[in-house]
Design a protein around this ligand. Structure first.
Ligand SMILES: [Zn+2]
Ligand SMILES: [Zn+2]
Length: 298
């Protein structure tokens, strides 16, 4: 028997969509389309690929050189405002429309960026690569790519060292410095910043500095929540890491709250099979609950 589980509400007669791998939040539209073209020889026309998502715009973006501007600077060829809440985006091989995202609790940050871009002082005419879509400031992309790559290299060095015993202090301090460089170059909601935060959190876990690990883990989750649709499995996996860190910090209430979020996300994907596939979730929850009871009864 083949069981298909939908992760979101599907209206009657609406076609069912199945992901071949790359998803919104994981890769941008151009990269998703290229991958599907190369591996499966088709041009995807699913609902996510028919319209540009804001995460497509931000995932690989650079930040505006103006310190107080959250505008997006990207490599895409041209942006042009066509209506009050609609933007035409023309890349190397595609041209699509970008409409304002629905404002929700998790998407507050991204909605703010979107409104700056489309509604307020954003794009009014053709705007090319390297220019901020909100204020028009220019960023040298060639220089920024080099600087961003070198920061990411240092963070990768840290990640590679995590597999061996312990983590050298010097690599952690280099990685922290690189993270702050990265944040000056890349858009604060870009994926590389989320990955860097996650790598640094992992290093801190390894050396037992859980408070710091937690802060970086939360920073990573906050970015993922902007890039991925709400309750995406990727966020679930990151929340699982957060729950373990909170448990190590003896913050049983916080750990329990995180694991309940993990449970909600995983059961959306796996339904009643969740407990069989991820038995540790139930065990983790029981442990957090009993520790919390112990703390409360003292
Ligand atoms: Zn698609
Ligand atoms: Zn700007």
């Amino acid at each position: 028997m083949l069981l298909i589980r939908s992760t979101e509400f599907v209206p009657a007669w609406h076609p069912l969509e199945l992901s071949y791998g790359p998803q919104v939040g994981q890769l941008d539209l151009q990269d998703r389309q290229n991958l599907l073209e190369e591996q499966y020889s088709f041009k995807c026309q699913c609902s996510s690929c028919s319209e540009l998502n804001f995460s497509d715009l931000i995932i690989n973006a650079f930040r505006c050189p103006k310190a107080d501007c959250l505008g997006v600077v990207s490599h895409v060829s041209h942006y042009k405002k066509i209506e009050d809440d609609l933007l035409q985006v023309s890349g190397a091989s595609y041209s699509c429309r970008l409409s304002l995202p629905v404002v929700s609790k998790h998407k507050m940050g991204i909605s703010k960026v979107a409104h700056m871009l489309i509604k307020e002082n954003g794009v009014t005419c053709d705007i090319g690569p390297g220019y901020c879509l909100s204020c028009g400031c220019y960023r040298d992309l060639e220089f920024s790519v080099t600087a961003s790559n070198s920061a990411m290299f240092n963070i990768q060095m840290l990640k590679d060292s995590i597999t061996s015993k312990g983590v050298p202090d010097i690599l952690i301090s280099d990685a922290l410095e690189s993270l702050s460089h990265l944040k000056m170059i890349r858009h604060p909601y870009s994926k590389v910043v989320a990955q860097a935060e996650d790598n640094i959190a992992e290093a801190y876990v390894r050396i037992g500095e859980f408070e710091r690990a937690m802060n970086h883990c939360i920073a990573s989750i906050e970015i993922l929540e902007k890039l991925y649709p709400a309750e995406h499995i990727v966020i679930g996996h990151e929340l699982m890491k957060l729950a373990s860190i909170q448990l190590s910090l003896d913050d049983h209430a916080a750990a329990l709250s995180s694991i309940k979020q993990v449970e909600a996300i995983f059961s959306l994907y796996y339904g009643s099979h969740m407990t069989k596939i991820f038995p540790y979730i139930e065990a983790f929850k029981r442990e957090a609950e009993s520790l919390l009871e112990e703390t409360n009864s003292v």
